[in-house]
Design a protein around this ligand. Structure first.
Ligand SMILES: CC(C)(COP(=O)(O)OP(=O)(O)OC[C@H]1O[C@@H](n2cnc3c(N)ncnc32)[C@H](O)[C@@H]1O)[C@@H](O)C(=O)NCCC(=O)NCCS
Ligand SMILES: Nc1ncnc2c1ncn2[C@@H]1O[C@H](COP(=O)(O)OP(=O)(O)OP(=O)(O)O)[C@@H](O)[C@H]1O
Length: 229
């Protein structure tokens, strides 16, 4: 199995692309979904968030008020680093578990949808391909303001909390240009999907795993024989 990292800027269209890939049959692990799970009430990360950010970031039902926490962390780099240091190790652990499950089930590749892929750089060394969903700055700003009901200032603050999208584009092995229509994006996604489906890289990783297991088995048998003689 090989791993494909899907990233971009806030509201550049990652979810749009990942749902198009899912429709084509790709397994997707969405870091935003995992990030929501790891702070569910009474989990270790939830307790740390409450300890550091206080009861005022909780809703009446005890869940985290994501809107309030978002306002706090997007207006303070220090608070953002603090939240990242609490959530990111848990997010990476949970994603690793999901990757292993897909591996056991025999999938050829898995797509990891991770907004902060190039900012944290924790996962990049394990990836065979990186895909950046790009759109021009004016479109990104307009889509973000419209989707999340933010003022221009708030939206610009959120965009500035991430590595510039242009820079991410330069780091990617594939770029999906999403400034145009959804249909235009879908055509590019279809081409990318065909490329991934045709790739034989999964055989290479499978061969390494088989060789490692066979090597360990051989070593085990050799040790047993040595001890028995
Ligand atoms: C701040 C929180 C509570 C806001 O929740 P909300 O439901 O409003 O937004 P959601 O989680 O869907 O994120 C929307 C987008 O915001 C951007 N974003 C989220 N967290 C961060 C961050 N720490 N730094 C920069 N951008 C971020 C991403 O582009 C993401 O796709 C939430 O995003 C969070 O817990 N963030 C910390 C965990 C994290 O880094 N998540 C990103 C996946 S690794
Ligand atoms: N090609 C497109 N044409 C028109 N609207 C689009 C297009 N692509 C995405 N959008 C809209 O732009 C907004 C942002 O897209 P999307 O949610 O896919 O971005 P994202 O990168 O996943 O965002 P986030 O980083 O916040 O998770 C959404 O409201 C979506 O419906």
């Amino acid at each position: 199995m090989f791993l494909v990292g899907l990233t971009g800027g806030i509201a550049s269209g990652k979810s749009t692309v990942s749902s198009q890939l899912r429709e084509l049959g790709c397994p997707i692990i969405d870091a935003d979904v995992v990030a929501r799970k790891v702070v569910e009430p009474h989990s270790p990360a939830y307790r740390l968030v409450v300890q550091h950010f206080g009861q005022e970031v909780l809703l009446e039902n005890g869940e985290i008020d994501r809107q309030k926490l978002g306002h706090i962390i997007f207006s303070s780099p220090e608070k953002r680093r603090l939240l990242n240091s609490i959530t990111h190790p848990e997010i990476h652990k949970a994603m690793l578990k999901q990757i292993l499950l897909y591996f056991i089930r025999g999938y050829r590749f898995v797509v990891l949808d991770v907004p902060l892929l190039f900012e944290t750089r924790r996962l990049t060394r394990f990836l065979n391909h990186t895909v950046v969903v790009y759109c021009d700055p004016a479109t990104q700003l307009a889509r973000l303001m419209h989707r999340d009901g933010l003022s221009q200032e708030e939206a610009e603050q959120r965009i500035a909390a991430q590595m510039p999208l242009n820079e991410k584009r330069g780091l990617a092995s594939h770029v999906i240009e999403n400034s145009g229509s959804r249909e235009d994006t879908h055509r590019q996604v279809f081409k990318l999907h065909t490329k991934l489906e045709d790739s034989m890289e999964f055989l290479f990783v499978r061969a390494i795993v088989v060789a490692a297991v066979a090597g360990l088995g051989g070593l085990f048998l050799y040790t047993v024989r040595l001890l028995a003689s």
